[in-house]
Design a protein around this ligand. Structure first.
Ligand SMILES: [Zn+2]
Length: 242
C-alpha cells in the first residue's frame, strides 16, 4: 500500500520483530545504559541532562525542562516520527498549541528560527536547529480510536495518545487534556484540494531538531506507533536535554 495515499497515522500491519529491522549499531546502542528508559517509558521520568537517551519504538517518556535548556531530538534510525507535547510546569491549563502557533507565525510549517506557542500565546519552544525542515503540527496523536476506525484493529495497539498520557500521568495529564503534538520529522503536506497527505519522513539517521525551552515545562516525547507515517515500520527515537 502506498503510504502517500492513505491516512499515515494509521497503523497498518505491525512491522516484524523490531530487532530484525534495526541496524546492528542501533541494537548495540539500545543495549547500553539508555535501555532502562524502556521501563519508565510509559510512567514518566526525568531526563538526565547531557546524555542521549533512547525512547524504544512505540513508547513515550515524560520529563521536566527549564527555561534556557535545549532539547535535542534525534532520529537514531531514520524515518521515524517523534510526537512532542508540552505543558507549563506550574499550570496544566497552558499547553503547546498548534492553532496559536499558526496564528502567531502565519504559517503551518515550522523550522529553525520559528517559535511554538502555548494556548495563551506565550513562547514555549524555539526551534534553533533543524536538519530536516519539514514537520507536522496538524494531526493529533495516534489513538486507539484511530487504529480501530481506520484500520479495524480490534485489540490493543500501542499508540501515542495513551503512551504520552501515561508518561505525563504524574503531572496530572489525562487523555482529554492532550494537545495536538508537534510531530517532529512527520512528512505531511496539505494538497491544493485540501487533503492531508503524509509520506515517509525525510529524516535520515542522525538528523536532529533542537528546541530552546522558553518557559519551564513538562514535556512528553513519543516514538510514534503508527507504522505507515514512519515509512512502514516503527523505530526508536533519541533525545537529549542540556
Ligand atoms: Zn503516533
Amino acid at each position: 500500500m502506498d503510504a502517500s495515499l492513505v491516512d499515515p497515522r494509521d497503523s497498518g500491519p505491525l512491522a516484524g520483530p523490531a530487532a530484525r529491522s534495526r541496524p546492528t549499531s542501533i541494537v548495540l546502542r539500545m543495549s547500553k545504559p539508555e535501555a532502562p528508559t524502556a521501563t519508565t517509558a510509559t510512567t514518566g521520568t526525568t531526563a538526565t541532562t547531557g546524555t542521549t537517551r533512547i525512547i524504544p519504538a512505540r513508547t513515550a517518556v515524560g520529563f521536566d525542562a527549564r527555561r534556557g535548556q535545549v532539547l535535542r531530538i534525534v532520529d537514531v534510525e531514520g524515518g521515524q516520527v517523534c510526537d512532542l507535547v508540552a505543558f507549563r510546569l506550574d499550570d496544566l491549563t497552558e499547553w503547546i498549541s498548534n492553532g496559536r502557533s499558526f496564528d502567531s507565525g502565519s504559517k503551518i510549517l515550522f523550522t529553525a528560527g520559528d517559535v511554538l506557542y502555548s494556548n495563551k500565546s506565550a513562547p514555549m519552544l524555539r526551534i534553533v536547529r533543524d536538519d530536516v525542515g519539514h514537520h507536522d503540527f496538524l494531526l493529533t496523536a495516534c489513538s486507539p480510536e484511530m487504529f480501530r476506525v481506520q484500520y479495524g484493529v480490534t485489540g490493543h495497539h500501542p499508540n501515542c495518545l495513551q503512551n504520552l498520557t501515561a508518561a505525563l500521568a504524574d503531572k496530572g495529564v489525562c487523555e482529554h487534556l492532550m494537545p495536538t503534538p508537534f510531530n517532529v520529522f512527520q512528512n505531511s503536506t496539505v494538497e491544493s484540494d485540501g487533503r492531508i497527505v503524509t509520506k515517509p519522513p525525510l529524516s535520515k539517521v542522525g538528523d536532529a531538531v533542537e528546541l530552546l525551552v522558553e518557559m519551564d515545562v513538562s514535556i512528553g516525547l513519543s516514538a510514534c506507533s503508527a507504522s505507515l507515517c514512519n515509512g512502514g515500520h516503527t523505530k526508536a527515537i533519541g533525545y537529549e536535554l542540556r
